[in-house]
Design a protein around this ligand. Structure first.
Ligand SMILES: Nc1ncnc2c1ncn2[C@@H]1O[C@H](COP(=O)(O)OP(=O)(O)OP(=O)(O)O)[C@@H](O)[C@H]1O
Ligand code: SF4
Ligand SMILES: [Mg+2]
Length: 327
């Protein structure tokens, strides 16, 4: 089966001003540094990593919302680089995003109906008012909102309902790819489950492919078919969901899995939990060799000297580490 989305060696580097006399000129922040991924139709890829590791920049790079320093994005085999603005529009319609902070991502001066209808006005300007309203109300119903609330404003809704509005807006054009950038991080745990279940139902109904971004592995577990773990702008491990949780090969993935609380308090208390040491290094000054080495219990002199290779563990499971394996 052909991939819906393919990203090859994406780099998004930001040029920042120098910091005075010691370092004049500019400094390069490598927010995304050589990420490749593929997504099949109807598949969900979970993208996980700590704050600042480049997840949102990767999403924005794929959507063309931030310029790529290098690399290529293909949607349904069509490369998106080098397309004219008009050609790109048609592809933009196929790729939509849901943001983390539901209320902040909705314009407070617009009614729910206007917010959800906005993409229709841009991409289907000839649609008459009555049909537009019917499409909006149908979509509201599909995401679990009462259609008669169409003239209300975002501040009249709860966080979970606002996220439903964001999802309705993202899906009104029936895109093929939905990027969810930490869509449940700002919500209570009980509401998180409702939104994840809603996204899973909509994915089935609409045959959507999803990139689902989160900063911990527990959130992506339910929704993802495959999982990709990022650290300081790079991919450190990719695997099918079950393989990733049962058989993690990278010490960073192992630390993220160890950090997932176990619901049974007796097991949780007796867990041999090795917390992740130290903070994420500055992406302006990443460690030499393996960028995880400053926090890795397995690091050796080789890790400081050489970037780790991609180790193939079979069935699409890849670990980028000199010494992959069990902790
Ligand atoms: N426009 C920009 N200009 C300069 N640096 C940026 C810009 N956007 C992001 N960055 C930097 O790039 C790095 C990656 O940021 P990004 O927002 O992609 O991380 P993230 O994984 O999404 O984090 P979070 O979990 O907090 O959302 C960070 O160091 C951030 O400060
Ligand atoms: S390459 Fe070395 S430092 Fe990096 S994760 Fe593997 S063992 Fe740790
Ligand atoms: Mg982010």
């Amino acid at each position: 089966m052909n991939n819906l989305l393919q990203a090859d060696n994406l780099k998004v580097h930001f040029k920042l001003p120098g910091d005075g006399l010691l370092r004049p000129g500019h400094r390069l922040l490598k927010a995304v540094d050589g990420v490749s991924l593929e997504l099949r139709p109807g598949e969900t890829l979970g993208v996980v990593g700590e704050s600042g590791c480049g997840k949102s920049t990767l999403a924005r790079g794929i959507l063309g919302l931030v310029p790529l320093t290098s690399g290529r994005v293909k949607l349904e085999e069509q490369s998106l680089s080098g397309l004219s603005t008009r050609q790109l529009r048609a592809y933009r319609q196929q790729m939509q995003i849901v943001f983390q902070d539901p209320l902040a991502s909705l314009d407070p001066r617009m009614t729910v109906g206007e917010i959800i209808a906005e993409p229709l006005q841009v991409f289907e300007p000839r649609l008459d008012r009555k049909s537009g309203k019917a499409r909006v109300q149908q979509m509201m119903e599909r995401v679990g909102l009462l259609p008669n609330l169409i003239n209300r404003y975002p501040h009249e809704f709860s966080g979970g309902q606002c996220q439903r509005i964001g999802i309705a807006r993202a899906l009104i054009l029936h895109p093929k790819l939905l990027i969810c950038d930490e869509p449940v991080s700002a919500l209570d745990v009980s509401i998180q489950a409702q939104i994840i279940n809603l996204l899973m139902d909509l994915q089935q109904e609409m045959d959507l492919s999803m990139l689902f971004i989160a900063h911990d592995l527990s959130v992506v577990k339910q929704i993802s078919h495959r999982v990709m773990v990022m650290y300081l702008g790079k991919v450190v491990e990719t695997a099918s969901r079950d393989d990733m949780y049962r058989n993690p090969g990278h010490p960073y993935t192992q630390a993220l899995i160890d950090a997932i609380p176990i619901p049974d308090p007796r097991i949780e208390r007796n867990k041999t939990f090795i917390p992740l040491q130290g903070d994420l290094p500055s992406p302006l000054n990443p460690p030499s060799g393996c960028s995880f080495r400053t926090r890795c219990p397995r690091a050796t002199e080789l890790c400081a000297r050489e970037e780790p290779p991609i180790q193939d563990a079979g069935q699409g499971h890849q670990v980028i580490c000199h010494f992959p394996g069990q902790s």
